[in-house]
Design a protein around this ligand. Structure first.
Ligand SMILES: [Zn+2]
Ligand SMILES: [Zn+2]
Length: 428
């Protein structure tokens, strides 16, 4: 036998036995997001590499280490989408979506690609549920976005959830840049106690030192300067309003001055949602405001915000929490036959049933009645229709209710309407 080819490291298949969970979560997301006025957008899987270098940020881990970048046959440098925000902003600008309405709200359910070390709940191709709301500077938009995610995970019955929030300031000289200087000089005073990653980040990406997981480092930064004490007046006002809206919506949150998120483009509000179940990989969503990104990507200055939620991890969390998923849909009818004429009959009847909106499966292998009944059972069929030689002679079919075992004989001509009655399928 030839050697089998396996899936690429860090990728996996979602088999039919699992996919119903995905359908459930995805349809819950669509329902909730559309109620909040978000509309679906679909962008290409690959983009010009430049979009992520400019949008995601040159000094982020994503751009420096994790992108699947390749040259196509035309010599263009392309990258498999590592995150959803820059493509949506690009599309928003390219398609002039801002012309008709001042605030555009998008959502997407799409695969993202990152060359990371695979571990529980983390894959090199992962499915992301993301939303972007472009056009509103209002702190109410921040609260609306967080409330939407909160509603979504409440609908899914996810337990032990924690929403952490921070404000990372803006580009005003008396805001984040001033804080970063304070942070850098504090880090320099303590340089000998910091880990190598923090030492490296000190000049390149100082804010990221704040979410260092090394215990010695986090102890040091706990005692250091906090961004919340160094916000400009406007950012302070924004934060105060977001907090008051969250309280009015009765959504529990806690402030975490060390929450900075890994991306360059965030301004003001950032947030993260965690849930127990997966150990260290406990973040199930994260996002925030990115008021400068639209301009950075060639548009007019336009405030915006969004979040992303990894579905692989969300579903793994639900499994770890023993969430009950609705049962996968079984089939209504399984048709069994013996002999050539029988096959022809069940093919015809199944086609008729399917067009009436009934799900039907047929046993086409030349196997015994017994083993075909076993298959019907495995597929969870509600009814089995048997057409053997005897039935063909009499122009009838045997109909078995798989739940109670009751068996009856039905005129072949009446099969369609009988099944409709039994399954109470309404016509369109
Ligand atoms: Zn500010
Ligand atoms: Zn560190």
């Amino acid at each position: 036998m030839a050697e089998q080819i396996k899936a690429v490291r860090g990728t996996r298949d979602i088999t039919p036995d699992e996919v119903y969970k995905w359908h459930y979560v995805e349809s819950a997301a669509r329902k909730v997001f559309e109620k909040f006025g978000f509309r679906e957008i679909r962008t290409p899987i690959f983009e010009h590499t430049e979009l992520f270098v400019k949008g995601t940020g040159e000094i982020t881990d994503i751009v420096q280490k994790e992108m699947y970048t390749f040259e196509d046959k035309g010599g263009r440098s392309l990258t498999l989408r590592p995150e959803g925000t820059p493509p949506v902003v690009r599309s928003y600008l390219e398609n002039n979506l801002f012309v008709d309405i001042p605030v555009n709200k998008f959502y997407y359910i799409a695969p993202m690609f990152r060359y990371e070390r695979p571990q529980a709940g983390r894959y090199r191709q992962h499915m992301q549920l993301g939303v972007e709301s472009i056009g509103s500077p209002s702190p109410a938009a921040d609260a609306e976005l967080m409330s939407m995610y909160w509603h979504f995970i409440t609908e899914l019955n996810i337990k032990e959830v924690k929403l952490s929030m921070n404000n990372v300031g803006c580009g005003n000289a008396d805001c984040r840049p001033n804080y970063v200087e304070h942070l850098k000089s504090y880090a320099k005073e303590n340089i000998d106690s910091l880990c190598d990653t923090c030492k490296d980040r000190l000049e390149r990406n100082p804010l990221r030192m704040l979410d260092c997981k090394v215990e010695g480092c986090s102890e040091i930064f706990k005692k250091g300067p906090k961004i919340l004490d160094h916000l400009c007046q406007e950012c302070n006002k924004h934060l105060k309003l977001v907090k008051s809206y969250m309280e009015r919506l009765e959504i529990p949150y806690e402030m975490n001055p060390f929450l900075v998120r890994g991306l360059d483009y965030y301004t003001r509000t950032v947030f993260e949602v965690t849930a127990t179940g997966l150990g260290a990989q406990d973040a199930i969503a994260g996002g925030g405001r990115y008021d400068n990104l639209v301009e950075q990507l060639g548009g007019k200055p336009t405030p915006a915000l969004g979040f992303g939620c990894g579905l692989d991890r969300l579903i793994a969390t639900m499994e770890a929490q023993n969430t009950r998923f609705p049962d996968p849909p079984g089939i209504d009818v399984y048709l069994v036959s013996v002999g050539e004429e029988g096959v022809s009959r069940i093919l015809e009847i199944s086609y008729l049933l399917r067009r009436k909106g009934i799900s039907a499966e047929i046993g086409l292998e030349d196997r015994s009645l017994r083993s075909q009944m076993k298959t019907a059972n495995k597929l969870g069929a509600k009814y089995v229709i048997i057409i053997g030689e005897e039935e063909i002679e009499k122009g009838v079919a045997s109909l078995k209710n798989m739940q109670d075992g009751h068996q009856e004989t039905v005129d072949m001509q009446m099969l369609g309407s009988t099944m409709e009655d039994k399954l109470r399928i309404s016509h369109r």
